[in-house]
Design a protein around this ligand. Structure first.
Ligand SMILES: [Zn+2]
Length: 263
């Protein structure tokens, strides 16, 4: 097996990231909404595209797939079983495991577990390997995806599945929304110290045009309001900040998700 796994972001459109994993020879990309920047990155690094992982059916996550299949005819595409796609692909759903023999991860072949995450879309999935999470538009830095197809209860349950992953898991989100999300989160928890220091850290990164991602499950548990609805600390904070007197996590989640839509 080749050398250690590298993961790099490829910027696309206004604020998308297409994540590229490689072992020095072969590559896997996640949610290629645009083929052009992917092909540029592959050529620059002299990599062969082996596989594509798709988290959900939105255009900014899939529109580069067909061009990449033409450029790399042997590429394998994996996409959620509960959504329709017009390109050839292997359908995946929880608890499928996808193994990549050519990619060494902690001295074993890289293997991703598929996690079903209905909410943003009904078929949305994430791909999880030890220490690595590709969560599409479900979890964002200090935020979460909009509910285009699912119910608040579905999204809340999906986020809770991510909340229990090991805290050192790196979270590779597909949009650079972190700073705006932090500003919203501060309206709910203006005294959260972890959130205030994340604001400073994120501002520095963005001023230098660097991604605010990957994040970690630990950082999200400390700062992401959508993962904090079940904590007493957060419930006390929103009693003061927005006069919401509730200890029901789903009720809180539903309320703050609606507020975020308007923020
Ligand atoms: Zn989406």
């Amino acid at each position: 097996m080749s050398h250690k796994l590298q993961i790099i972001p490829i910027s696309a459109f206004e604020d998308n990231y297409i994540w590229l994993l490689h072992n020095g020879k072969q590559a896997i990309v996640v949610d290629p909404g645009d083929a052009t920047p992917v092909i540029v990155a592959l050529n620059t690094l002299n990599l062969q595209l082996q596989s594509i992982l798709i988290t959900h059916h939105h255009h900014d996550h899939i529109d580069g797939v067909k061009a990449l299949m033409q450029a790399f005819p042997n590429v394998m595409v994996y996409a959620p079983s509960q959504e329709k796609y017009s390109f050839k692909h292997a359908s995946v759903f929880e608890p499928n495991i996808i193994q990549f023999e050519d990619f060494n991860h902690h001295n074993k072949p890289l293997s991703f577990s598929v996690i079903n995450l209905p909410g943003h879309t009904l078929g949305h999935v994430a791909y999880y390997a030890k220490g690595i999470l590709f969560c599409g538009d479900t979890l964002f830095g200090a935020g979460c995806g909009r509910l285009f197809e699912g119910t608040p209860a579905q999204m809340y349950t999906s986020l809770q599945k991510l909340a229990v992953l090991p805290q050192d898991t790196q979270v590779f989100c597909t949009h650079e929304y972190t700073l705006h999300n932090i500003h919203f989160a501060l309206t709910l928890e203006p005294k959260n110290k972890a959130l205030l220091s994340r604001l400073t850290d994120t501002q520095k990164l963005r001023q230098n045009n660097l991604p605010s991602l990957p994040s970690s499950i630990h950082l999200e548990l400390c700062t992401n309001p959508f993962l904090r609805c079940n904590t007493r600390e957060f419930q006390r904070a929103i009693q003061q900040s927005i006069s919401l007197n509730s200890t029901d996590p789903l009720n809180i989640f539903t309320t703050i998700r609606q507020m975020r839509n308007l923020y």
